[in-house]
Design a protein around this ligand. Structure first.
Ligand code: PEP
Ligand code: NA
Ligand code: MN
Length: 607
């Protein structure tokens, strides 16, 4: 621990001699004026002592019923990513694009500097050296997060590899992403702290050219755990553009058939649309097995063998809690039962456990809700915030694939794009080729969820499920998807599929049962890869031929199945102006190849 005197702190106990890092930490301490600086060493002892502090401060409640696990509630205004406060500050506005907020980097630096001045007064500044992905990767992806939130430190210790082993690997010269975070709640002498300090003013800022992150005002999830969305998606997507790879909002799963054939599948769905559930699926069809590699982020590079290889840069799961239950995702339930979790904005049971909507078929008779109020099933309110989360070490996942540990990753055979759509989008559609698959991804749409602030249930385009996470111009991003595959051997490229588990019938009921039954769609995907089953060519791509989707043992009428996979030309005709409007919004940078795809689709629909 280093005590700072006036505005010229000396970091006498710094556990590194990396000159650039030391200068940045000293400069940040001088600007933010914390009472002390603590370097995160990644040890179990330090992790526990931070947790003990959080318990003493009233932020954490230790759970009697879950090993080494804690409950906490955020400020009721600080519950989700704030997309309208998220900025891509590229040097040239044209590199930001119409889907991101932009501000001139110089102007933004001045705004942030003003906010950061004195912002850590009365608090501890933590320095978290971390690596996303493997420490033994060819080029490890280092970062250093500075934060004044012990909640962020504890969460980052779960979500990334942190501490001394990372510093040692960095030596004195390694490049890293400086990731600056403050909750923006300085304390006056004697001022009593609150359980979840934060600031009404929030900024989540990425500087793509200099690979820097600055965040202010929020302590929550993707706004504050800067290794996750800010680094591993927004900054990494820019690195990937420059270096010829892909940083994507995708789960990675390993699928083994009854014959023992293994396929690796990556799948992109918007936040709160079931990535964690699919990543941990228990297929209902006999003999099929899913193992997990990741539930949120995939970094994918072409290997020397011409195949696309994927790794998960994360060390933990930061899953949406509501809807996670023993019937819907037993493996997630086993993971959180294994201990070492932090639960945010869920309800507390009277005997020191947690509960949320959808965990069990019927709720307990009494709970303490996420606001700290008494709650009963008669309360008429949700016990847990819809975006409440569990933060759990990925090692807890009982079906974690062994390959998770392999720095090379796994070769991807299929990519799924999916959204939450009541109409129009069939259960599964196979693209004709990579360009058509890129068109499917680029025009992906979904109804909004509680994972971001704002209205829920509104249909919006969410390209590759990356709308909130593309660190540059969306048109350039689409072009990058086309370009990365250019040198590749077409036979070795993953096949791209578009799925929708959420289509409804006329009465509003789901047409497809979802969850473990989605294994049947995975089987169809593998059967298509192997050329074993037939598909029907339609204007939008190939959908399952009658009898090709294994529905044995499923109580689904022929009519329901037909409706689930139906391509309704009128619905698609209504979709075309929305796609047109979307490409108009992207503007001149919309790749010509995608406009050609749209023209082809229109022609096939008879437009
Ligand atoms: C988050 O927003 O806190 C987060 C981790 O991302 P997502 O909403 O995609 O789950
Ligand atoms: Na969120
Ligand atoms: Mn996500």
């Amino acid at each position: 621990m280093t005590t700072l005197e006036n505005d010229a702190p000396t970091l006498i106990d710094a556990p590194t001699t990396h000159p650039r890092m030391l200068a940045w930490v000293a400069e940040t301490a001088a600007l933010t004026t914390p009472d002390r600086v603590v370097w995160i060493d990644g040890s179990a002892q330090q992790h526990q002592s931070l947790i003990d502090d959080l318990v003493a401060a009233g932020t954490f409640v230790k759970l009697a019923k879950k090993k080494d696990s804690y409950w906490c509630a955020s400020d009721p205004t600080d519950v989700a990513r704030v997309e309208d406060r998220t900025f891509i500050c590229s040097v040239d506005e044209a590199d930001c694009g119409p889907t991101n907020n932009w501000m001139d980097p110089g102007e933004m630096r001045a705004v942030m500097k003003d906010l950061y001045r004195g912002c850590m007064k009365g608090r501890t500044m933590y320095v978290i050296p971390f690596v996303m992905g493997h420490l033994e990767a060819e080029k490890p992806m280092f970062g250093v997060e500075i934060t004044d939130s012990p909640y962020v430190v504890v969460s980052m210790n779960v979500m990334a590899k942190t501490g001394t082993r990372v510093l040692e690997k960095m030596g004195e010269t390694a490049d890293y992403v400086p990731a600056m975070h403050s909750i923006g709640a300085p304390l006056k002498p004697g001022q009593v702290d609150v359980a979840w300090p934060c600031n009404d003013t929030k900024y989540i800022v990425q500087f793509p050219e200099s690979r820097e992150i600055q965040s202010f005002g929020s302590g929550y999830g993707g706004n504050a755990l800067l290794g996750k969305k800010c680094y591993s998606l927004r900054i990494a997507s820019v690195m990937a553009r420059d270096e010829g790879w892909l940083a994507e909002h995708m789960l990675i799963l390993k699928l083994t058939s009854p014959e023992g054939t293994v396929k690796y599948i990556a799948a992109a769905f918007p936040s709160a649309c079931g990535k964690t559930n699919l990543a941990m699926l228990e297929p209902t069809i006999p003999g099929w097995k899913v193992e997990t590699l990741g539930d949120d982020i995939a970094w994918m590079r072409f290997g020397d063998d011409g195949r696309l290889w994927a790794t998960n840069p994360e060390n933990g799961l930061f899953g949406v809690a509501p809807g996670t239950g023993w019937d819907t995702n037993p493996n997630a339930m086993r993971a959180i039962d294994a201990g070492g979790s932090v639960f945010t904005n869920v309800a507390l049971t009277d005997d020191g456990d947690i509960w949320w909507e959808g965990m069990t078929p019927s709720p307990p008779a009494h709970l303490t809700d996420w606001h700290g109020n008494d709650w009963t099933p008669e309360s008429g309110t949700l016990s847990s915030h819809p975006n409440s989360r569990f933060c759990t070490p990925i090692r807890n996942c009982p079906i974690l694939a062994d390959e998770y540990d392999d720095p090379r990753g796994v070769p991807i055979s299929a990519i799924l794009f999916g959204g939450r759509r009541k109409t129009t989008i069939p259960l599964v559609t196979e693209s004709r080729d990579w360009t058509h698959g890129t068109f499917m991804g680029a025009t992906l749409s979904s109804e909004t969820t509680a994972a971001a602030t704002g209205a829920v249930g509104v249909v919006r385009r969410d390209p590759m499920a990356m709308l909130p996470f593309i660190g540059y111009h969306a048109g350039d991003y689409f072009q990058h998807w086309i370009d990365v595959a250019k040198g590749a051997d077409a036979d070795k490229l993953p096949k791209i599929f578009y799925v929708n588990w959420f289509r409804r019938d006329d009465e509003g009921g789901f047409l497809w049962p979802g969850y473990g039954e989605n294994g049947r769609v995975l089987k169809w995907v593998v059967d298509r890869l192997e050329g074993r089953v037939a598909a029907v060519e339609t204007p939008i791509g190939h959908v399952p031929a009658p009898g090709s989707l294994d529905v044995s043992g499923l109580s689904l009428t022929d009519d329901q199945l037909a409706q689930a996979v139906r391509v309704d030309v009128d619905e698609w005709k209504a979709e075309i102006p929305l796609i047109q409007e979307w490409f108009d919004k992207i503007g001149d940078k919309t790749p010509i190849t995608l406009l050609t795809e749209l023209d082809g689709l229109k022609a096939r629909l008879g437009l």
